[in-house]
Ligand binder design. Structure first.
Ligand code: ATP
Ligand code: PAU
Ligand code: K
Length: 262
């Protein structure tokens, strides 16, 4: 099929882009969500073979001037309002659950979760458990028959911190600390960090242990904006668990490549 194409994952916090050439991931980058006007302009430029240097890496922006290199765009979105903005680009394909050779999917499952578990199973092995530490924190598992076993959804680390700050009178907005905070804190910011971090670590450990009771040799792959930070915490708190986690920021892109590539 197409030997060069773009993947766009529309997440709840931002856009995740990938440029694939000859069945390999050549480049991946993130941008903010775009306004309707910005998308319209981008598509207009694109039609006249100009690829905005604000959105695209320079290598790709340079290629834009060659009309024969107009790239097909494959979109996986969990934000319907953003998906709609792209439908004017003629060479757009919206990926759906039906594009995936997984069984047991339920109709409202997020395409990001389905692609990530498919990408992880394809790249590592089945059965596989995927933990996506993004806006939402999700667990998604599939067995050796490429059947969805199921999963769970909770607010991601950023969202937990943000909701505490927004819905209380006295709690400040904090950033995740670089290192594992003290558990028994005598200070508000650190107490919030402790509560959120230790609770999420314990939950992830519990989900992993439960998964491993049924699938003892399954790889555990972690992706999403907070994955590096979480693994840093795991290394301090539960090093044996940390050692079993494969951090891979590209799981969804491996899924797209397996679906779209030749
Ligand atoms: N530059 C950044 N911009 C936004 N979030 C970031 C950034 N770097 C790290 N993060 C963290 O990433 C988390 C969001 O993850 P991610 O970008 O994977 O979310 P997303 O766009 O909703 O994608 P997905 O839908 O795949 O979860 C936030 O909790 C935040 O703490
Ligand atoms: C859970 C999120 C927000 C994670 O990005 C996304 O996969 C989604 O909107 N899912 C739909 C609900 C579900 O997966 O059951
Ligand atoms: K999301």
């Amino acid at each position: 099929m197409a030997n060069s194409f773009l993947g766009l994952v529309i997440g709840n916090s931002r856009l995740h882009w990938a440029w694939f050439v000859d069945n390999t991931l050549k480049k991946a980058w993130d941008t903010n969500h775009l306004t309707p006007a910005a998308v319209a302009q981008l598509i207009k430029d694109w039609r006249s073979n100009v690829m905005s240097a604000e959105i695209f890496p320079s290598q790709l922006a340079a290629q834009g001037s060659d009309p024969s290199k107009l790239l097909p765009l494959y979109i996986a979105s969990v934000v319907p309002a953003q998906t709609a903005l792209w439908q004017n680009y003629s060479d757009t394909t919206i990926l759906t659950l039906e594009d995936l050779p997984l069984s047991g999917l339920y109709p409202t499952l997020g395409i990001d979760r389905a692609l990530a578990v498919f990408g992880a199973g394809h790249r590592y092995s089945y059965p596989v458990l995927v933990i996506d530490a993004g806006t939402a924190l999700t667990f998604t598992g599939a067995n050796q028959n490429l059947q969805l076993i199921g999963g769970a959804i909770l607010p991601g680390l950023g969202l937990q911190l943000q909701s505490l700050a927004q819905k209380t009178g006295a709690l400040p907005a904090i950033e995740l600390p670089a290192q594992l905070p003290k558990r028994w804190s005598l200070e508000t910011s650190e107490a919030i960090a402790s509560g959120v971090v230790y609770t999420v670590l314990a939950s992830i450990r519990d989900f992993i242990e439960d998964w491993q009771r049924e699938f003892p040799n399954s790889p555990i792959a972690m992706t999403g904006g907070d994955s590096e930070q979480l693994v840093t915490y795991f290394q301090s708190q539960f090093p044996a668990i940390a050692a079993q986690i494969i951090v891979d920021p590209y799981l969804i892109f491996w899924g797209i490549l397996s679906v779209v590539g030749s």
